[in-house]
Design a protein around this ligand. Structure first.
Ligand code: NDP
Length: 245
């Protein structure tokens, strides 16, 4: 776990988009980014959950966030382009992008992989991230210093039996991070990936239903790495794989 103490105003004046901001790690990251001064754009598919995060940020007196309801499963390139235009109009530039939303899909033996569900996992965990990043890169290049963070997994670094589509999508995420980081090398945009490690969330509970959640790290305990990579202290760090635990 990274020993890092984020300055109170680390993200002051920055605008940061977080996908899957309504629950789990994304929710905690969004609140922490706001706490450190960022205006956070909360993207997710369940509006009620996004509104709850919005209210929590408002009530704490942090900068007023924005909500973007979007299901990554059905979203088109046009949806992302429209969003990028709105962000450019409202904020001028975007300083941070945390790709956090993912679907676990079905776990099971290779012979049982259902192609429709494989396509859905790849759409949400990979293709939507390509479309979102493509649309937002121009507005991120307008920021004095910008950070793109992809969320990986230990099964995106070493394959494991029965992890199927989810593992494929996380390997692809690491590949995408490396390709984009190489393209951005030497520019003011840096690109890295985080493996959160086993964390107490709904997704982990689905993957390991018999595990005692109390034995797991909470999303809050991962935040030093999430803050370090989003703030200017990580300027110049590019193309690296991080473990939040
Ligand atoms: P959760 O399932 O708790 O939260 C995921 C969030 O993503 C939810 O808010 C969910 O929305 C949103 N989301 C899922 N599908 C879509 C979609 N189609 N469109 C829009 N939003 C969507 O997961 P975690 O917090 O555990 O995971 C966060 C990231 O960390 C993921 O990328 C995951 O792969 C990764 N990770 C997690 C680990 C863990 O142990 N928890 C370990 C390794 C990696 P809604 O609330 O509406 O369902």
């Amino acid at each position: 776990m990274l020993e890092y103490q984020a300055a109170k105003e680390l993200l002051a004046g920055k605008t940061i988009l977080v996908t899957g901001a309504g629950d789990g790690i994304g929710r905690t990251a969004a609140i922490n980014y706001a706490k450190h001064g960022a205006t956070v754009i909360l993207l997710g598919r369940t509006v009620k959950k996004l509104e709850a995060v919005y209210d929590e940020i408002e009530q704490a007196g942090y900068p007023t966030p924005a909500i973007v309801p979007l299901d990554l499963k059905g979203a088109t390139e046009q949806n992302y382009q429209d969003m990028a235009e709105t962000i450019a109009e409202q904020f001028g530039h975007l300083d941070g992008l945390l790709h956090n939303a993912s679907q676990l899909g079905a776990l099971g033996p290779f012979e049982h992989i259902d192609i429709a569900s494989l396509e859905e996992v790849l759409k949400v965990n990979l293709i939507s991230q390509v479309m979102l990043t493509k649309a937002l890169l121009p507005v991120m290049r307008k920021a004095p210093s910008a950070s793109i963070l992809f969320t990986s997994s230990s099964v995106g670094r070493r394959g494991r039996a029965y992890w199927g589509p989810y593992a494929f999508s996380k390997f692809a995420t690491e590949g995408m991070m490396q390709v984009l980081a190489d393209e951005c090398d030497g520019s003011q945009v840096r690109v890295n990936s985080i493996n959160p490690g086993a964390t107490r969330t709904g997704m982990r509970g689905k993957a390991y239903p018999s595990e005692d959640p109390q034995t797991l790290k909470t999303p809050q305990e991962l935040m030093p790495t999430y803050l370090y990579l989003m703030g200017d202290d990580s300027q110049g760090v590019n193309g690296q794989q991080f473990d939040a635990q």
